[in-house]
Design a protein around this ligand. Structure first.
Ligand SMILES: Nc1ncnc2c1ncn2[C@@H]1O[C@H](COP(=O)(O)OP(=O)(O)OP(=O)(O)O)[C@@H](O)[C@H]1O
Length: 304
């Protein structure tokens, strides 16, 4: 459905999107996961036709994303940031307004039901909660029944309940047969929602696969975290059996990625006895996309 090859965008001499290539299949939820400034929005907006690339090729539904933008616009829906909505219109008015921009519009009642906005039909946009505004923004994006829908960090700023409601909406869009392209800096969101994820950092795609595939590639299925109470070189931990990766954060907390949880734990406890380390807050967990990011970049997603 979408083919992007060697996409480049340069701002002030800096390649903020630096040779990005990927394919999005019809009917999948494809995610771009990365920290602030990684180049997700710039990439997405070039695919949407909102920014012009400085290099590369874009195909959307077989149309050239640069030369055939009118055709592409009919195929796609873009979630607008809620701040762009008109505060003094009602929910029904705004959906109708956006519908009037297209040759065909889905029935209002169908959209209100699908996005759980029936009760707010006559309510002013300015009185909606954050989650309701975001659902309205997506309802507007699909008002013309597009095949592909773009969601740029759709759950940023939402509370956990509203976030989960929005996840249901994304899965519903996929169940309707639409292709969903979303960006996020929440790794749980990428893990829960996306069939495949491109992890972006500094303008490049550094890994691309299903969430499970990315985690499998790590060769370390478990993570140990603790605060040792005194500083040790990362090589001290590197030498413990099973350890594949060591990360020591600025606050002193240590993260060990291991392929052999039991062996590493045994060795770690022996090390702690020998050197008088504390192991405060010691906990273990299975690996996540956050660990994929850490392994590939040496940074945490939330740290950048
Ligand atoms: N119009 C612009 N002019 C100059 N620099 C820009 C412009 N738009 C984006 N950038 C820069 O390009 C880089 C990538 O930004 P982009 O918004 O694509 O990142 P992002 O991954 O979407 O991050 P965020 O989660 O913060 O939106 C950043 O360093 C940003 O400052």
């Amino acid at each position: 459905m979408i083919d992007v090859k060697q996409l480049v965008k340069i701002y002030d001499g800096k390649r903020v999107v630096d040779g990005v290539s990927f394919h999005v299949s019809e009917g999948e939820v494809f995610g771009m996961l990365g920290p602030n400034g990684a180049g997700k929005t710039t990439t997405m907006e070039m695919v949407e036709g909102l920014r012009s690339p400085d290099g590369g090729e874009i195909l959307v539904g077989g149309f050239d994303g640069i030369k055939e933008q009118t055709k592409v616009k009919e195929l796609i829906g873009i979630q607008l940031q809620s701040t762009a909505l008109f505060d003094h219109l009602t929910v029904a008015e705004i959906i109708r307004l956006y519908g009037s921009f297209y040759k065909k519009m889905r029935p209002l009642s169908e959209l209100l039901t699908a996005f759980n906005l029936e009760e707010k039909k006559k309510g002013l946009v300015k009185h909606l909660s954050g989650g309701q505004k975001q659902r309205l923004a997506i309802a507007i994006a699909v008002v013309h029944d597009p095949k592909v829908i773009f969601l740029d960090e759709p759950t940023t700023g939402l509370d956990p309940k509203a976030r989960r409601d929005l996840w249901d909406i994304v899965l519903q869009l996929r169940d309707e047969g639409r292709t969903v392209f979303l960006s996020t800096h929440y790794m749980e969101e990428a893990e829960q929602l996306c069939d495949r994820v491109a992890i972006m950092d500094s303008g490049r795609v550094i890994a691309l696969d299903s969430p499970a595939g990315l985690i499998r590639e790590l060769a370390s299925d478990s993570v140990i975290e603790f605060v040792p109470g005194r500083e040790e070189a990362s090589s001290t931990y590197q030498g413990l059996g099973g350890v594949k990766e060591v990360k020591i954060s600025e606050d002193g907390s240590v993260t060990l990625l291991t392929a052999d949880l039991q062996e590493t734990l045994r060795k770690l406890i022996a090390l702690a006895d020998e050197r008088g380390l504390m192991l405060t807050g010691l906990r273990t967990r299975t690996s996540t996309l956050e660990d994929v990011f850490l392994t590939r970049t040496g940074k945490r997603l939330t740290e950048t």
